[in-house]
Ligand binder design. Structure first.
Ligand code: IPD
Ligand code: CA
Ligand code: CA
Length: 266
């Protein structure tokens, strides 16, 4: 494949997420409880997730012919040099309960490394985007992580374990510790948005385990391009595919990673 024009691709993907986002918001008003299906314990899906994903896959194939797909609801196509990682609706539980925080999350990866990320949060109409090496934006305006360097002044986001409870005690012990030494804890229900809120300085850090590549691939690039730092629990670097993630503003990174390691260390 010849060199990609990522600026133009980014604008086309944003347009596509605006169209599909309009569908998601319209369907939310018609939606009923009989439309909810269970993929597993506390793992919900609706026709809105599935139809949105179909529309996104069709649109992305036109934007970048020959690319591969890794999508939450329909799985993975054969490996390609460029692959789209798609979460058609990140925050399905919020969507179902009519809580206003959910997003479309799309990353373009080259050999598993994100080079483009878009997280379109549909309620506040904040579309976060980043191209590798070119910084991060919200609605076209440049964003940066916060300049807070003290844990005691930091607001921390997390996601609660909801169906993998093996590490629940470690999780609760870390949570208790962070309650006593930070400015507060939040659980907003959309990992991609949590990451973008670190990127634009609303949170100083976000951590969660049990995540999938489509929850984090786009948001992680946005954090990195906004000046933040990322890690897996236990100091690994595969935070996209490795199922655990720590994202910080960089300034509290060392202290935060130490805290997580204290409770999740091997
Ligand atoms: C979920 C959200 C949530 C996180 C879960 C994810 P979904 O994604 O990102 O914040 O805690 O781990 O699975 O199911 O709404 O796409
Ligand atoms: Ca998700
Ligand atoms: Ca989803």
């Amino acid at each position: 494949m010849s060199k990609l024009h990522l600026d133009s691709i980014c604008n086309q993907v944003i347009e596509l997420t605006n169209e599909v986002g309009h569908f998601i918001l319209t369907e939310q008003t018609k939606f009923s409880n009989t439309d909810i299906q269970k993929k597993g314990f506390n793992d919900l899906v609706t026709y809105v997730d599935k139809n949105s994903e179909k529309a996104l896959i069709e649109g992305l194939a036109k934007i970048l012919p020959g690319s591969g797909i890794l999508a939450e609801e329909s799985g993975e196509t054969e490996k390609k040099e460029y692959t789209w990682i798609i979460d058609p609706l990140d925050g399905t539980t919020n969507f179902i309960h009519k809580l206003p925080c959910f997003a479309i999350s799309i990353a373009l990866v080259k050999n598993n490394e994100p080079i483009l990320g878009i997280v379109n949060e549909l309620n506040l109409k904040e579309c976060f985007s980043a191209i590798k090496g070119e910084g991060a934006n919200v609605n076209g305006k440049s964003i940066k992580v916060s300049e807070q360097s003290k844990l005691e002044n930091s607001l921390i986001a997390t996601g609660f374990p909801y169906n993998d409870f093996k590490l629940q005690d470690n999780y609760m012990d870390l949570f208790k510790y962070l309650m006593t030494c930070t400015q507060g804890m939040r659980r907003i229900g959309s990992a991609s948005v949590d990451l973008c809120y670190v990127a634009c300085g609303r949170f100083e850090a976000f951590y969660e385990y049990g995540l999938k590549p489509w929850d984090v691939a786009a948001g992680a690039l946005i954090v990195k391009e906004a000046g933040g730092k990322l890690a897996e629990f236990n100091s690994g670097a595969d935070y996209i595919f490795g199922k655990t993630i720590i994202a910080t503003n960089g300034l509290i990174h060392k202290d935060f990673v130490l805290a997580v390691d204290r409770y999740f260390g091997k």
